[in-house]
Write a protein that binds this ligand. Structure first.
Ligand code: ZN
Length: 132
């Protein structure tokens, strides 16, 4: 079963907490045990699981990625968004969360973030729930 989440980013770089959307989709899917596969079908966005309690952590991750990969570094790609492509590859396009008893087995401080690196844009995230 596949479910799509529609996402609208508002800033060029922005992490959007999609944990409750994934939990709602899991409830609708009615899967008790298995794996939740979260996939971002974009080349300038990604997905990561990290601290959800303190928003400063998201800012630190974003700022660190930008220090590592500045916006304008004389890249070959002429669209002007090479940094976003590189950040997307660093963060990755997918994440897995085991499902136990109908719930995501996220740690207490973990949230699932859609990572925008070239917004604002309309985006989507693909969720696949695998029984097992
Ligand atoms: Zn591009």
């Amino acid at each position: 079963m596949i479910k799509y989440l529609n996402i609208r980013s508002k800033q060029r770089i922005e992490f959007i907490d999609i944990t409750s959307d994934v939990e709602n989709a899991l409830r609708e899917a009615g899967i008790e045990d298995g794996v939740c596969y979260v996939y971002v079908p974009h080349t300038t966005a990604g997905v990561t699981i990290n601290e959800g309690a303190d928003p400063a952590v998201q800012r630190d991750i974003q700022n660190s990625l930008t220090r590592l990969v500045p916006h304008d570094m004389g890249y070959f790609h002429r669209e002007g968004n090479s940094d976003a492509h590189i950040k997307s590859s660093i963060v990755g396009a997918s994440a897995y969360v085991p499902i136990d008893g109908g719930k995501l087995t996220l740690g207490t401080w973990q949230s699932i973030y859609f990572c925008e690196f070239d917004g604002p844009r309309h985006r989507r995230t693909v969720l696949k729930f695998i029984r097992g």
